[in-house]
Design a protein around this ligand. Sequence first.
Ligand code: SF4
Length: 289
Amino acid sequence: MEYEGQICRGPMERASYMLPISVGCSYNRCRFCMLFKHLSYRELPLEQIEEELRRVSGLGGDPRQVFLGDGNAFSAPTERLLAILGLIRRYFPGCRGVNMDATVRDILRKPTGELEALAGAGVRTLYLGIECGLDDVLARMDKGQTMAQAGEAIEKLHQAGMGYGAHMMTGIAGRGRGLENARALAGFFNRARPDRIVNFSLFLHRRAPLYQDILAGRFLPADELENLREERLLLSLLETEGLAYDGFHDCITFRVRGQLPRDREKMLRKLEVAIGEYETREPVFAVVP
Ligand code: SF4
């Protein structure tokens, strides 16, 4: 199958077989995101999806884990998702779980019975863009969700038998608000118990709407030093036992990962070293040249 768009999946899905079921993102409004802005959302025909499964199966493929693409595959109608999950079971009998990205609103839109049916048909983990812990920032980013809605959606999917991985971005709250955001996010995650957190620290494309906000003075970006301090505070406050954490700062090629609380001290030491280094440098802002 020819893939349209940028391949977008978290590091925990690297070993999964990626099966696109749609092109683009049906929401596509977040002001920081340029992944799918150039694409019109559409669902791929079931025949095309089945043809791809047949092709891979014919080559001897039987992956244990499948990741459904693209930007928010979970927005598809439940009936369609169940049909795709049925095809996956038919062609990949060894598959133990199917994961995908979802928005908070897509989860809230689906009745509990549909969520249970999806869990029963093999959906294990949804990846949610939680992004930050502050409602005014979510509204400014046009994220389309509040923290209360995120909490409600997570409660619903936990009750249905699914887990979730949270995506977040240090720096999203803007200059001077990193520590405030770290406290709010830690409080949220300590209540909402993600299995994993991936921090894609804010990294702006010059064509992103948020970059225009910076140029117009509507958003003041934090520098990487503030983002590292935000991450340090967040890691010191997270309490969930066994929580996997992976933080990327692409602009300064810094990454910190481990399991909490087991690796907390090691992760904080790594952050301390990076913070010490950036305290002596000119501010660095994460913008794609
Ligand atoms: S961040 Fe996610 S939901 Fe928002 S526009 Fe990008 S892909 Fe769509």
